[in-house]
Design a protein around this ligand. Structure first.
Ligand code: C5P
Length: 437
């Protein structure tokens, strides 16, 4: 016998569904309706690739259209085996693009106009093959051409079998895409098309559209603003082959540069030696010593709105640098190195409209020390974290303190998520300062 649902149970379920729907609509469209949505009047290219989750992309298209976006759907050949282009053209009221060789017209110049006009490219579902093609930059179909020629942010929603999703090849390609600033939404854990339970279920259409709204809101946050970020540790030479350095990986600064880029800012990243790839589109300046970093920060902060000093700058440097490699003597037990003070870059930069953000990596009295630095260096924001747990790690547990007296203790999170939070706080303070008479 099948399970019975009471009438009351049904009413409760319907009410809950309506509540969930109105909650999602309020988040996507704003409580005042469509005009409040960051998606309203935007041009979105929705790339649909060939997985069974392609049927759910019809809901993605529908939610985007309801939020006021113009949606151009681009389907790969295999996607068309799972769902008809007609479904999408009926939902979007726009012809679906399936052919990289369609004739060019005055209004439509193939991938060029689609790529140029897009505010956002969403690839949902993104199959393992699509992820690999995007990561490798293959331009053998219309979607690949658009992905390479657009400057718009890209969101991918992976969908595949869990063993495929957990394959190192897929993982590596997703890391490559994330490093380039692509936003990866999902996949979720749950029931897969095969009937198995695992990772690989495409994120819900609501989650994908919400990520799109968040990204579009974010991409205009720092539009027209100039942000200077420092990253990595400095190296202070003793001789041609030795230096005094520290274990900073540069990850936090690079994540901040990427977050500022995706918030629409013009970014200069001034970095000590690291093994990381700088985010595409940022001005990248490589330095070695604190003195070099000081000079570059002085130069770059001219006309800048925000300076974020995430670099681990050496407080002292060897007084002299030997021209030749230092040699030990046979019976030498000690070596004296005299160190001299490096400039405090953050404290010394003093521009009236520059919002300064510092980092306090401490091993003791974290908050008290951070607060002292916030005041002493005239900072708007200081991000305090435990030096031993943070340096070299990919995640961080930080507290954000502001000159306005706010103290926000954050849960453990990736450095990318922390970077997005710091950019959010900085934007709020910048906008508040603009409104001040
Ligand atoms: O005083 P402390 O080195 O702990 O301050 C940390 C903050 O100051 C960081 O944001 C760091 O990048 C910056 N700093 C600097 N110049 C130095 C030392 C630190 O800008 N010489």
């Amino acid at each position: 016998m099948g399970s019975r649902i009471s009438r009351r149970g049904c009413r409760v379920a319907v009410r809950r569904l309506r509540y969930a729907e109105s909650y999602v609509r309020a988040r996507l469209f704003g409580t005042d309706g469509i005009t409040m949505s960051p998606l309203n009047h935007t041009a979105i290219v929705l790339g649909v690739t060939g997985g069974i989750a392609a049927f759910k992309s019809a809901s993605v298209a529908s939610l985007l259209v309801q939020a006021g976006s113009r949606v151009d759907v681009v389907m790969t050949e295999s996607a068309q085996r799972f769902i008809q282009p007609l479904t999408f053209s009926a939902i979007t009221h726009t012809p679906v693009h399936t052919n990289a060789f369609a004739p060019w017209t005055d209004e439509h110049s193939g991938h060029v106009s689609l790529a140029r006009n897009a505010d956002l490219l969403i690839v949902a579902p993104a199959t393992a093959a699509a992820i690999a093609r995007l990561a490798l930059g293959l331009a053998d179909d219309l979607l690949g051409l658009i992905a390479l020629s657009t400057e718009a942010p890209i969101i991918v929603a992976p969908a595949m079998e869990d063993r495929m999703f957990n394959h190192p090849s897929v993982r590596d390609h997703l890391v490559t895409l994330a490093e380039r600033g692509v936003i990866v939404v999902g996949p979720d854990h749950g029931r897969l098309a095969s009937g198995a339970i695992g990772d690989g279920r495409m994120a819900s259409p609501e989650a994908i559209v919400e990520a799109a709204a968040t990204q579009l809101r974010r991409s205009s946050q720092l539009h027209g603003r100039k942000v200077v970020v420092t990253a990595g540790g400095t190296q202070e030479p003793l001789d041609p082959v030795r230096y005094i350095g520290n274990r900073s990986s540069g990850m936090m600064g690079y994540a901040l540069a990427a977050a500022a880029m995706s918030a629409g800012a013009t970014v200069t990243l001034i970095s000590g030696p690291t093994t990381l790839r700088p985010p595409c589109g940022a001005e990248f300046v490589e330095v070695t010593t604190a003195v070099e970093m000081h000079r570059e920060v002085e130069r770059a902060t001219f006309g800048a709105d925000i300076l974020i000093m995430a670099a681990a700058v050496a407080d002292f440097r060897p007084e002299t640098r030997s021209e030749r490699k230092l040699k030990k003597q046979v019976d030498q037990e000690f070596m004296d190195v005299r160190l001299v003070r490096n400039p405090d870059i953050l404290a010394s930069i003093d521009r009236p409209d520059l919002l300064k953000i510092g980092f306090a990596a401490e091993t003791e009295d974290l908050l008290a020390n951070a607060k002292r630095k916030l005041e002493a260096k005239h900072l708007a924001i200081i991000v305090a974290n435990d030096a031993e747990l943070t340096i070299g790690a990919s995640s961080s547990t930080a507290t954000i303190l502001t000159s306005e007296g706010d103290v926000t203790a954050l849960p453990p999170m990736t450095k990318s998520s922390l970077a997005a939070k710091v950019i959010d706080v900085a934007t709020t303070m910048l906008n508040r300062a603009d409104r001040r008479p």
